[in-house]
Design a protein. Structure first.
Lengths: 310, 293
């Protein structure tokens, strides 16, 4: 589709010039959450599994990154790898258990595991408990790229985001992705065709966890801290909200949703608990009235405009 | 002083009692969740917020109208249950035809709104609620605070009454029938939508009642139900939502296990229920009392 390519080209140009108009740290945070939301949506939108515990991968990867870079004094690229690998292993363990149940139980089980990870983080010595891991140094990436400079780091984060996004795109449009969609639409039929649904689901879960980990580790690199907030249930809820606002099952939707929610949080930061109330209200409104999300509604409107007869 | 496995009996029985009390709340809350899920096909994420509203209702009734604890025990669940009925009529009713996930998300959103509003109005630090039955009994091996003993017995009575109401009365029979096959029950001239509304009100009232009972033990605060509801989800996964008795037994049992963990290995006390959940998923994925489908 050419219109899609043009759209992506415009978006990439926008992303390249964006630091001229917005604060780079804000943009980097939004990109991290956008990747996180895309990773979450890979699971819900394309496999039909709603994980309500994705914060455990996002937050734990941040802790892994911080520990490796700060306590072990390793370079940031090793920290990112550690975050991704740690999240993937955690995803393998929790995923293998969670896929034993379906539908709403899956959501509750992932939520419960995330809560377990949260309690673990409160007590574990390396996370710093309530204080979190503070003052993670920004060391040069690959020994040469000066990440101390916010602008340079922005392009690093943009590259990481594009890598993650491309990976997801690749998964979804590969034969593997087609099988996932088949399982989502009719698991029995996929089984009868000889696909081991559970293996596919588990692999998708691990991939989603690893990418969420990449997002979390990157966020720790940007903000130089990792705290309990990132592993808390509220973060798991936020990522669901981002994907939902943007549009489930559309590949670009979660990115749009993440930017909307992070921008909103940024503007409402001074209002304390009002953010929660508004987020909750958005949940209610979206579920009741706009289940397709922003991107889904726009796409519908576009289609209707193109073919007014139907 | 005799000791059991190196643990002084006061500590052991004290934690056991605490475990039983926590178990009482798990049982009441998972019972409500199971009843609501059976009828509405919605996992009520607002359950923790409604538990908190029950405690707040009692606290406000006492603070502004001088309503004693015993009256609140009836009034607070009634008020919160009515609010639940309004929520069902206005919001939940619209999403029954959709996937379960939407009910989960909708009630999650409502929980955020409710808890956020309560935090805005009353802050996040708790307020104490006076103990309605001060004093206690010295049982020789431990000291039993009277109110805590009362909570365990009251919770048992409430759970058994709910079980009786659903399994042994005519209204309960309608309810179970409508859970099985709503269309057929409707064809017999029973107003199923009203039954659904009433069920939600009942489940919410049960959560609020648990909240009132919890008020004198815990601080009444906007976030008192936030973490509790997550633990209760694990309880529900462990027990399976198929059976009323299963919810009750699982709830109390897990409370006791949690209490014992506090005695023998305190650092794991927060996570033990989730570990049990992982084991149950490995051994019996449908839950201890659930049916595989």
């Amino acid at each position: 589709m050419t219109s899609q390519r043009v759209g992506y080209a415009i978006l990439i140009v926008l992303a390249l010039v964006a630091p001229a108009f917005a604060y780079p740290v804000f943009l980097m945070k939004a990109l991290c959450f956008a990747l996180f939301a895309c990773a979450f949506n890979l699971l819900l939108g394309y496999v039909g599994l709603m994980s309500f515990g994705h914060a455990m991968f996002f937050g734990m990867a941040g802790y892994f990154y911080g520990h490796v870079v700060k306590a072990w004094n390793m370079p940031p690229e090793i920290g990112l790898l550690a975050g991704v690998a740690g999240a993937a292993v955690l995803g393998l363990v929790t995923g293998a258990l969670a896929i034993r149940r379906q539908g709403i139980y899956f959501a509750m089980i992932t939520l419960a595991f995330a809560q377990m990870v949260y309690f673990f983080c409160v007590q574990a010595p390396f996370t710093g408990g309530e204080d979190g891991l503070q003052g993670i140094p920004r060391k040069p990436l690959f020994g040469v790229i000066p990440t101390k400079d916010d602008l340079v780091l922005y392009y690093v984060v943009l590259a990481i985001f594009l890598f993650g996004y491309a990976a997801i795109y690749r998964f979804i449009y590969s034969p593997f992705g087609q099988v996932l969609k088949a399982i989502r639409d009719n698991e029995q039929r996929a089984l009868s065709l000889g696909y081991e649904a559970d293996r596919y689901k588990l692999l998708a879960f691990v991939l989603s966890a690893a990418l969420a980990g990449l997002a979390g580790a990157t966020k720790a690199m940007v903000q130089q801290f990792a705290t309990l907030t990132d592993v808390a249930a509220s973060t798991s809820g936020e990522v669901v909200l981002m994907a939902l606002v943007g549009g489930l099952g559309t590949i670009i939707g979660p990115v749009v949703g993440a930017f909307i929610i992070v921008t909103m949080q940024n503007y409402l930061a001074g209002f304390g608990q009002f953010v929660l109330v508004i987020q909750g209200a958005i949940f209610v409104v979206i579920v009741l009235a706009f289940r397709k999300g922003v991107v889904g509604e726009v796409m519908d409107w576009w289609k209707r405009r193109r073919s007014p007869s139907t | 002083m005799f000791e059991l496995l190196g643990i002084p009996p006061q500590a052991l029985f004290g934690q056991l009692l605490l475990g039983l009390i926590n178990g009482a709340f798990y049982a009441m809350l998972s019972l409500g969740l199971a009843v609501i899920f059976g009828m509405l096909n919605v996992i009520n994420f607002t359950h923790g917020a409604q538990y908190m509203m029950g405690a707040f209702a009692a606290w406000l009734l006492l603070g502004y109208l001088d309503v004693p604890f015993w009256a609140s025990l009836v009034l607070a669940p009634l008020i919160v249950g009515l609010i639940g009925i309004v929520i069902e009529k206005l919001l939940l009713k619209r999403i029954y035809h959709l996937d379960h996930l939407y009910g989960f998300l909708l009630t999650f959103g409502m929980a955020l709104v409710i808890e956020g509003l309560f935090q805005l109005q009353w802050g996040s630090s708790g307020a104490p609620y006076p103990n309605p039955i001060p004093g206690g009994y010295n049982l020789g091996f431990m000291f039993l605070p009277a109110y805590r003993g009362f909570v365990v017995i009251a919770a048992l009575v409430i759970c058994l009454a709910t079980w009786y109401g659903i399994e042994r009365t005519k209204l309960g029979a309608y309810l179970r029938a409508a859970t099985e096959n709503p269309t057929l029950v409707r064809a017999f001239g029973i107003n199923v939508p009203r039954l659904i509304t009433l069920t939600y009100g009942l489940g919410v009232a049960l959560a609020a009642l648990a909240g009132v009972l919890a008020a004198p033990i815990q601080q009444v605060s906007a976030l008192m139900g936030t973490n509790l509801v997550l633990v209760v989800f694990a309880v529900v996964v462990i027990g399976g939502m198929g059976s009323i008795m299963g919810s009750i037994v699982t709830g109390f049992g897990l409370g006791v296990i949690e209490g014992l963990t506090k005695v023998f290995y305190p650092p794991a006390s927060n996570t033990v229920i989730f570990v049990v959940m992982a084991i149950v998923l490995l051994v019996k994925p449908a839950g201890l009392f659930g049916q595989t489908k």
